[in-house]
Design a protein around this ligand. Sequence first.
Ligand SMILES: *[C@@H]1O[C@H](CO)[C@@H](O)[C@H](O)[C@H]1NC(C)=O
Ligand SMILES: *[C@@H]1O[C@H](CO)[C@@H](O)[C@H](O)[C@H]1NC(C)=O
Ligand SMILES: *[C@@H]1O[C@H](CO)[C@@H](O)[C@H](O)[C@H]1NC(C)=O
Ligand SMILES: *[C@@H]1O[C@H](CO)[C@@H](O)[C@H](O)[C@H]1NC(C)=O
Ligand SMILES: *[C@@H]1O[C@H](CO)[C@@H](O)[C@H](O)[C@H]1NC(C)=O
Ligand SMILES: *[C@@H]1O[C@H](CO)[C@@H](O)[C@H](O)[C@H]1NC(C)=O
Ligand SMILES: *[C@@H]1O[C@H](CO)[C@@H](O)[C@H](O)[C@H]1NC(C)=O
Ligand SMILES: *[C@@H]1O[C@H](CO)[C@@H](O)[C@H](O)[C@H]1NC(C)=O
Length: 447
Amino acid sequence: MNLLLLLLLLPLLLFITTTTSTATIPPGSSLYASNTSQTWSSPNNAFFLGFTRVDPTSYVISISTATGVPIWTTVNRTTSAAVVDSGGVFQFLSNGNLRLVNGSGATVWTSNTAKLGVTSASLDDTGNLVLAANTFAVWSSFENPTDTLVPSQNLTVNQTLRSGVYSFQLLRDGNITLTWNNSVVYWKQGLSSLSASNVTSPTLRLQPNGILTLSDASSNGRSENVAFANDYDVEADVVRFMRLSSDGNLRIYSGGTTAMTWAALADQCQVYGYCGNMGICSYMESSSSPICKCPSLNFEAVDVNDRRKGCKRKVEVENCAGNVAMLELKQTKFFTFQEQQIVTIGITACRGNCLSSTSCFASTSLSDTNAWCYMKNTPDFVSGYQGPVLLSTSFLKVCGPVQPNPSPLEQSGGDKKCWKLRVWAGGVAGHYFGHGRFIGFVLVVLQ
Ligand SMILES: *[C@@H]1O[C@H](CO)[C@@H](O)[C@H](O)[C@H]1NC(C)=O
Ligand SMILES: *[C@@H]1O[C@H](CO)[C@@H](O)[C@H](O)[C@H]1NC(C)=O
Ligand SMILES: *[C@@H]1O[C@H](CO)[C@@H](O)[C@H](O)[C@H]1NC(C)=O
Ligand SMILES: *[C@@H]1O[C@H](CO)[C@@H](O)[C@H](O)[C@H]1NC(C)=O
Ligand SMILES: *[C@@H]1O[C@H](CO)[C@@H](O)[C@H](O)[C@H]1NC(C)=O
Ligand SMILES: *[C@@H]1O[C@H](CO)[C@@H](O)[C@H](O)[C@H]1NC(C)=O
Ligand SMILES: *[C@@H]1O[C@H](CO)[C@@H](O)[C@H](O)[C@H]1NC(C)=O
Ligand SMILES: *[C@@H]1O[C@H](CO)[C@@H](O)[C@H](O)[C@H]1NC(C)=O
């Protein structure tokens, strides 16, 4: 009788052992870049950890969804994924350390958890890779995020999503921000219903139903909705995720990167530095994808194969004393989110003062009722936006003669419907920037 019972239970026991062994990663295990089909999976197979080939000789290690969307990767000091060659190995060492080693033998990334009593590593069904000392979590991928947030993952004030030069952060007062180069905040959203002054340790979560919520220890379990995916509350058997992309925009997706359901900035050209230093962001008449170009023929692309790297002067201003001119850019603004030198003088003086100042390299005058002049001094970064709706003109110092770009009308005909649509989008954005805390680097057209 007992034997029969054991025989009946045996397949069940075997089943339990095999499923847990896929979730728990034994100390001393390794994954090899040379074999990308070898992975560590979560028990429900919704997530796996493994190498992905990014180009013929480079590999990255990442946690991905079953459909191959990466949600976490190793990032060391720089803000891009740690890359190894085909000899790369990802190891869970018996001392408790997780380590990514290059074929050359160099340690490219570590979890720095040696000697912390780590006894186990596991990838759970929510996509969290956890290193635990018995049952106490010492380190987890959720607490060390890269550029992505998934449901079940808590983002607190000490966790930053990063992608290249951009970062996304939850501030202590509950505001959320997008920042360029750790210095320029180009997007911010504050709280409305949770009293900001009462917030002590806020937590941001992407709910499985597609709503981004903020809760706080002081709010007795209440949470505030921060953003809604456009398919929120739709019963969908997809993994939603929020990602800060290398283009500086924060988006929510349903399932894969082709199903975008929310974006922090509807107008991509509003992302600071999208076109690099002295690059100008604009849209073609027939397309909603932004394009980057240089301010004039006095400039050239830093990298012709990557227009987002910005522009540089063909001749530096220091090398043309006596021949310095101001390039006039109509319907163009330069974003200045930082405090700038502001004076209330007219547009002509604003242009002239910059031209005659050795430190000024760009100037602008914002003139509704007052003539406000903004000066930008070197060294600084200029991020430009050009659009037919912008009633602004910007000036940049160049070596004469000024060689304007051929006008878009000369370059191409146009689809007037799309043109109007874009005008409207720019108008909304302009309104937001005009009335928010942010100050646009704007000049009124000199008619
Ligand atoms: C790659 O890994 C898979 C899964 O562990 C294994 O079945 C396969 O034999 C490995 N291939 C090589 C060439 O080692
Ligand atoms: C990895 O090793 C290759 C040579 O095998 C080397 O070119 C590369 O720079 C190394 N990468 C890192 C991050 O150490
Ligand atoms: C970053 O990489 C270096 C080796 O290049 C390694 O010594 C260091 O521990 C790594 N830092 C982290 C936090 O992984
Ligand atoms: C996220 O926060 C909630 C509430 O504070 C907590 O119950 C949960 O365990 C946290 N999740 C993770 C993965 O830390
Ligand atoms: C954030 O880090 C600071 C200092 O490192 C620490 O005092 C604080 O408790 C942390 N906050 C959270 C919510 O983890
Ligand atoms: C980013 O900031 C650092 C200083 O923190 C500065 O040295 C660097 O030039 C900045 N990058 C750009 C592209 O301006
Ligand atoms: C947070 O947002 C609120 C409301 O939008 C604003 O008043 C406050 O100044 C913001 N805090 C910070 C640190 O920017
Ligand atoms: C914030 O704190 C004040 C004073 O403690 C309290 O009266 C108020 O109800 C709190 N607000 C919220 C939204 O919890």
